[in-house]
Design a protein around this ligand. Sequence first.
Ligand SMILES: [Zn+2]
Length: 408
Amino acid sequence: MKKGILQKLKEGPVLGDGGYLLELEKRGWVRAGPFTPEVALTNPEALRQLHIEFREAGAEVLQALTFYASRDKLATVGLQDRLEDLNRAAVRVAKDVAGERCLVAGNLSLTWMYDPDSNAAKGRVRATFDEQLEVQVAEGADFIIGETFSWLGEALLAVERAKKTALPVMVTICFENQNSTTEGKSAAEAAKALVDAGADIVGMNCLRPPEHMLAHLEEMRKAVPDAFLAAQPVAYRTPAEKPDFTSLPQFPFELDPLQLSRKEMARYAQQARDIGVDYIGACCGSVAAHIREMARVLGKLPDEQRPWTLNYEKPMSAYEYYDHDPVQASSPNVIRMSARPFASFYLVSWTHLDKSCINQWIREKKIILESQEGVLTGRVDHLGGVPHPRSPHRAWPGPVPFSQTSPN
Ligand SMILES: [Zn+2]
């Protein structure tokens, strides 16, 4: 029996998956422009493969590719009559890949039909959500994610309809180029409204990279301290005056040079955890390499088991030939250091990892603390780093007054 999403969130941060439609478009299975998800029917193997990549990278949730699988959106590509089989196929593929290892989230998205001044439009949005939910719930989705709502009002309708399924509900809004929802609500106001409507998990997703989303998430964190908070930013670099990547002239065919590196996304995962984000995932532009580094920094990736003997005197790789420092070259989690007592404090202050994480690694023996000539040395090469024969330990960057230190 799998743990439910709310139980998992209670136990600590949960790693989500990455973006599907833009990546599948790059691979030739989705049409740029409409970005409808019929790949679940036309080429389920391509969708399955991407789910597997995210699962193997460490994602704990797979989102069924039912984004834009609503009747009016599908009608724009002549597929309005395939709504049921499309939603069904998408959930089935995700569940098949998830097995016992991941949860599967059903998915609702913006409808492009919401109008705050029209009850008829709201009724149509409700019916649209219900139609998708009926199929997704019948197929066994573990919880529901409603996402990419610029209108808070539409997000609230998603909460209302998803709540009726009795499954846990996560609904996230997005900010376009203005720092508010389309009706002018701040991040804090939106978070409060979503929680008041009954959402279990609230937050932000899509359109913006971490750089232009994290400050708003911090506001949400303060506004709803008792709710679970989710972040799923895009992995594209955008300018401050045009933070919404879909508003850039590079959308959608020249986004490649704007893609963030895996280290940048790993840093985002660290920052998100530090400000108290519970559900840490990603959206458009993020691929398995990003999720893998995010998993590493969140301590969710199994250690590398394969041996590798490095010999800098007799190089057998560019890594050795150019004398790369494994500390610099590998993930942000790989730290080699020497320190005096209270080593975990030093690790905390040097690496910006929180203490509970460091202590967990010490318990799991991923960090080896050892005493050498009275100096306590922390080695964390078990996290995937490799020993460097010329500089076995990186020097502590500077002294810290003992008044600032504290034992474990
Ligand atoms: Zn997105």
